[in-house]
Design a protein. Structure first.
Length: 295
């Protein structure tokens, strides 16, 4: 009897590196897994030119393991990692940081198709200039967050998009754990922006300490079209009206704004200014004062 095995290639980085963009694509092969990790200390791989450091194509799984940091640069013209049909997994001890995307969404990671699973690690200090998703853009694929932290990312105001931490443009964001905190949006959705075509399921984790200048300090939900859903059956989204030190907040240059959805904003009848705790269930089919939404 012949037992099929999945090829696994482990790349152990023993010194800091500067590399050019690379595409993981192996035509004719299936189920290739590549693991990148540092040796006994954290190692940093920096992008030495414009472009995407790693593009992950179908039939490839890229695992960022312990002691590895992928670092972009200001003025880049693309996301740092593009998951285009393949799979990306981030584990504890991995970091994606320091990339500014000049055009398009997803300063750190863009997932037009395929899957991204975050078991741990950190996505921080990434930005977008003319679109949303400072940390991550889900533009057709699926992002499952189980652990880790998305923090200190920023989304510009352009195109009326936002999502300092995460933009769910289309596709699905399943948040089961982890933390989205300390992200900012010039316009909408300091922590997360979910467009009308995107799906967001929150069953665990915490969204806290994010800020937006217009609506949705923690989460902004675009409504008025069909196709997308927002459902919260667990997890916590903090709000400034309950927690003035660490709650998500809507604040412009002149100060705190009222009735803008510090925790969550969908519309005037579906917004949450106070903290939505683990037992507060919310969804976009509810009207105001139903299931804990503030009126």
């Amino acid at each position: 009897m012949r037992i099929a095995t999945i090829p696994i290639f482990i790349l152990e980085v023993r010194a800091d590196e500067n590399i050019a963009p690379h595409t993981f694509e192996y035509r004719g092969a299936i189920n290739i897994t590549i693991v990148i990790r540092g040796d006994n200390t954290n190692r940093t791989i920096r992008l030495r030119s414009n472009g995407t450091m790693f593009t992950v194509r179908p039939n490839v799984t890229l695992i960022l393991d312990n002691n590895i940091t992928l670092h972009g640069h200001n003025g880049n013209n693309n996301t740092l990692i593009n998951v285009n049909g393949g799979a990306l997994i981030m584990n504890h001890g991995s970091t994606i940081a320091g990339n500014t995307r000049g055009t398009g969404g997803g300063g750190g990671i863009d997932v037009p198709s395929g899957t991204f699973t975050m078991n741990g690690g950190t996505i921080s200090g990434n930005k977008t200039v003319d679109n949303g998703g400072g940390g991550v853009c889900i533009c057709g694929g699926t992002f499952t967050m189980i652990g880790g932290i998305i923090t200190g990312n920023h989304a510009a105001c352009a195109n009326e998009r936002g999502g300092g931490g995460v933009l769910v443009h289309s596709g699905t964001f399943n948040m089961r754990g982890g933390t989205v905190s300390g992200n900012t949006a010039c316009g909408l959705g300091g922590g997360v922006y979910r467009t009308a075509r995107g799906t967001m399921n929150l069953t665990g984790g915490i969204i806290t300490g994010n800020s937006a200048k217009e609506y949705g300090g923690g989460v902004y939900i675009q409504v008025g079209y069909s196709g997308g859903t927002f459902t919260k059956t667990g997890g916590t989204i903090t709000g400034y009206n309950s927690d003035r030190n660490n709650g998500n907040v809507v604040r412009d240059d002149e100060g705190i704004l009222s009735r803008r959805g510090h925790a969550v904003y969908a519309d005037e009848n579906r917004r949450k200014e106070t903290t939505a705790g683990a037992r507060d269930n919310l969804n976009t089919s509810q009207n105001g004062a139903v299931g804990g939404w503030d009126n």
